[in-house]
Design a protein around this ligand. Structure first.
Ligand SMILES: [Fe+2]
Ligand SMILES: [Fe+2]
Length: 472
């Protein structure tokens, strides 16, 4: 049952053909989606053959097929992880009850909101990245960009399937709206802040896939626990795809670091800019910006919404099965609150701190990425080390918003100290202009731009000099 039916207009493993009304509704949405892709997807590459993977099976092994595809012909479809017989709800007030196969009426609005919020990030990131193909540092990277783009498009399909199938007329209206909001548009923006930030250069793209797609991973992990079974199954399969996006970010920034440190080693008395590499300080500033912005995506530290989502069994914790107390009723969470200019330890009921619980896991995972980058530094015998900014740094949501904190120590800073140092912590206009000046396409097979090292290996056992995109 896990195989995917490709004979249909919309590939799927949910027996879409068995529900004609639903099939018609989704087939009516499909041209609108394609029109959005043509308008807001990657510009000017829609006629090119790209070496892409396509899902052919949702099993743990051998789920993807690789081959040349023109992006508009990518088989966007609906793939759910297999249903687990007898699955029960794993947390919250309904713990132990059978998982829901239909939307529980009393939670309908909350559930729709969770799905729409997740869905909105998917087309948003495609919009943010739409111009990057023009400045790709290699065919390998160009292909990775497009792979991420088509899969974010598929994630939109995954969520729209749920809206169409389970939410009737308002679900269909939400699905239309998802094609109408626009990243960064002042009048009709995407829902979440980071997804309206411009992502105009490749260092931003690599940081985005490292930190923002990793937020996606943890949101999906929490939703994969949902008592609403179709959502859980959808998210479990999305996680399989998401892993590649974070790989692109983590190894991508790693390759930028490798290139910079290699230039530093070979030319210790020179500025790396002379060789078209990106200075260590600028890389760190980009890390600071994108990680702090993405840390905001978990919302406020204390949140009655997150308590409600947990209590009702809609959104759990990442790796819920590792928890001992699935009700989370007895425990409390000690968190650092910042009120009236003072940081104080405060204990709150655990359920109210679910955003913070998920953020904790995210920060830990980010640290593993930083460690990976620092191992590259060690390997190249460089004393340079990268840091993850303190979670209080540069926050716009939650108790730390509105005040300034040191990126390393997390100490509270007054306005003048902040202003005197902010240019050493966050990318300046000059930094961005320099990074942008490097953004020139390198489309020759096996060639890589001056600011990024070649990857250790290619995609799907192909070499690093494979023709991943046929531009001719
Ligand atoms: Fe996604
Ligand atoms: Fe992603």
């Amino acid at each position: 049952m896990s195989g995917i039916d490709y004979s249909q207009k919309i590939p799927n493993n949910v027996d879409l053909g068995g529900d004609k009304r639903l099939q018609r509704a989704l087939e009516a949405w499909q041209p609108n989606y394609l029109e959005w892709w043509a308008q807001m997807g990657p510009t000017d590459f829609n006629t090119k053959d790209v070496y892409l993977r396509t899902a052919i099976n949702v099993g743990a092994e051998g789920w993807a097929h690789f081959g040349y595809v023109k992006m508009p012909e990518y088989r966007w479809g609906i793939f759910l992880a297999p249903q687990e017989a007898g699955r029960t709800i794993g947390f919250g007030d309904h713990f132990g009850q059978p998982a829901w196969q239909q939307v529980p009426g009393e939670y309908r609005n909350w559930l729709r909101r969770l799905i729409v919020t997740q869905a909105d990030t998917e087309p948003a990131s495609v919009e943010q990245q739409r111009l990057l193909g023009h400045t790709a540092p290699s065919l390998y990277d160009l292909r990775n960009l497009f792979q991420v783009n088509v899969e974010e498009g598929r994630h939109l399909w995954a969520m729209v399937y749920l809206l169409h199938t389970y939410f009737g007329k308002d679900g269909r209206e939400e699905a239309e709206e998802l094609l109408h909001r626009r990243s960064g548009n002042a009048d009709h923006p995407r829902i979440l802040g980071t997804f309206n930030e411009p992502c105009e250069d490749w260092l931003s793209f690599l940081c985005f896939t490292m930190f923002t797609d990793r937020d996606g991973k943890f949101q999906l992990l929490a939703l994969a626990e949902s008592g609403f079974d179709p959502l859980a199954r959808t998210c479990r399969f999305m996680l399989t795809e998401e892993a590649h996006h974070m790989f692109v970010g983590q190894t991508g920034v790693g390759r930028v670091i490798e290139k910079t440190l290699t230039v530093m080693r070979d030319h210790p008395d020179r500025d790396v800019r002379d060789f078209g590499a990106i200075p260590v300080e600028i890389i760190q500033k980009y890390i600071n910006f994108w990680s702090s912005s993405s840390t905001d995506l978990y919302g406020a530290e204390i949140s009655s919404n997150s308590a409600n989502f947990f209590r009702s069994g809609l959104k759990g914790r990442a790796y819920e099965e590792k928890q001992k107390d699935h009700l989370a009723l007895e425990q409390s969470y000690l968190f650092e609150n910042f009120v009236d200019g003072r940081i104080s330890k405060e204990e709150v009921p655990l359920r109210n701190a679910m955003n913070e619980v998920l953020r904790d896991e995210y920060v830990k995972d980010n640290m593993r990425g930083i460690d990976y980058w620092n191992r590259i530094c060690e390997r190249l015998d460089s004393p340079v080390r990268f840091t993850l900014p303190h979670r209080r740094f540069h926050r716009k949501i939650g108790c730390y918003a509105g005040a300034h904190f040191h990126p390393v120590t997390g100490e509270l800073l007054d306005e003048s100290t902040w202003l005197a140092n902010v240019d050493t912590w966050l990318p300046t206009a000059k930094d961005k202009a320099y990074v942008k000046s490097l953004m020139k396409p390198v489309y020759e097979k096996g060639k890589y731009a001056s600011w990024i090292a070649a990857p250790a290996k290619g995609i799907d056992e192909k070499g690093v000099d494979y023709e991943y995109v046929k531009l001719a």
